[in-house]
Design a binder for this molecule. Sequence first.
Ligand SMILES: *Cc1c(COP(=O)(O)O)cnc(C)c1O
Length: 346
Amino acid sequence: MFQLEELVRPNILTLVPYSSARDEFKGEADIFLDANENSLGSPLTKWYNRYPDPLQWKVKEKLSAIKGIASRHIFLGNGSDECIDVLLRVFCEPAIDNIVIVPPTYGMYEVSAAINNVKVRKVPLTPDFQLDLAGLEKAIDGHTKMIFLCSPNNPTGNSLDRKDVEVLLNNYFGIVVMDEAYINFSRQRSFVPDLPDYPNLVVMQTLSKAWGLAALRLGMAFASQEIISLMNKVKPPYNINQATQDLVLKALDEVGQVNDMIRVLVDERGRLEQELKRLSIVREVYPSDANFLLVKVDNATGTYRKLLDNGIVVRDRSNVILCEGCLRITVGTETENDALLKALIH
Ligand SMILES: *Cc1c(COP(=O)(O)O)cnc(C)c1O
């Protein structure tokens, strides 16, 4: 049985969160003398002298319409990385609890756990980059608070088999975090609409990839209202700054433009895959549901250096488990992809 109160750290369950000036007074007023802001203004034109909305309701309202989920089910973090850190601090007692990750996968789960002194158990994916359900069953114990999954997965690019994820969600009663940073490029559908069925599911997305807003730092977590409330208790009060909230509100009106970019990148992904497969140094191009390709080449490190000599940086993943001999290559513009292919041929 899933019992949220038993998973949460006791100190977080009883925590009285910081109450800011913006929390304590929410009404309309003419004169704000409650937050020790600079009443004269700022060197900038906007209202940057005022603290931002701690719970970012305007941004959430727009996201709610786009994602088809109510605002109370949305948490916003200073990048997904903050969502990961906050989840660890809500659920994992340092030095006692553990999390499970499924390498090769995104590096921040392990680093963030290490920072929080939370042990990490690793259950590698199968050779076709899918979940090892038997291995997971063996690795999980009474102190396993969370399993981090990533689909489409970084750095392999594939989506996890939906059936496997459902088996896990139905049989493991800790928190399953599904990182969907690359979902907009995927042929598979998001787990967001499935949230009502799974009280132990947290879905993460970000504006850093398909939305092209990596510099603004906006990560999203979608979950039950109870989990979102716990995350809000733990986060820094003003974690999303006003400039980010302003710019994101503007960007969220441009869904059409973002969808056009996604189409271009998915087309280029297909073209790059085909062209790469023709090259003699390329042994394998793995199928991708993301905006990058994992490519097995002869002499990965040598190829990496050769590309650098041509002014092209890719990610050398050849030392990563199951990715031996592989480079991870982000899909660029048509011109950039042509330059990459040309550098690989010569
Ligand atoms: C890029 C990426 C993110 C995004 O992190 P942000 O902090 O939101 O920029 C999250 N998860 C994975 C797997 C990624 O590859």
